[in-house]
Design a protein. Structure first.
Length: 142
């Protein structure tokens, strides 16, 4: 088989490699890095809450050490807007991914990056996901 033939996949089965336990977290970190570089994040509680209320945020990543009151408020707003919210890591870890200090909440404003993160991370805290919101938009309902 030549190099040219090796790159072709038409008619051939592509096998994916098994996913290890830490791999989804690395993928989310990678997607978060893309979002940061493209300027599609709202770091911090206030910016994320405002983005949720305006319908600009499509995914929320909150730190486990966020205060219960703020987490409850974000969960309520995210649930009303059908935006998935996932609690993962600490505020220091989240801040390090954003090249900032400790950050308790990050909102993702890019729809496809949000969908990718929601698919990689298990058990969103709010009931509805990004897909349900997009189905309503496709049908013409807002």
């Amino acid at each position: 088989m030549t190099r040219r033939e090796a790159g072709r996949t038409k008619g051939r089965r592509i096998r994916s490699r098994p996913v290890s336990a830490g791999e989804p977290r690395r993928r989310v970190q990678s997607l978060l890095g893309f979002a940061v570089k493209s300027g599609r994040v709202t770091p911090g509680y206030e910016l994320t809450r405002q983005g949720l209320e305006r319908g600009k945020v499509h995914f929320v990543l909150a730190a486990a050490d966020l205060s219960p009151r703020r987490l409850q408020a974000l969960t309520r707003v995210a649930g009303e807007r059908h935006v998935p919210l996932v609690v993962e890591g600490t505020s220091r870890e989240l801040g390090a991914l954003l090249d900032r200090g400790a950050t308790g909440v990050v909102g993702i404003t890019h729809r496809s990056l949000a969908r990718g993160m929601a698919a990689e991370l298990p058990s969103p805290r709010s009931e509805a996901g990004v897909e349900k919101k997009e189905e309503g938009v496709r049908r013409g309902a807002r």
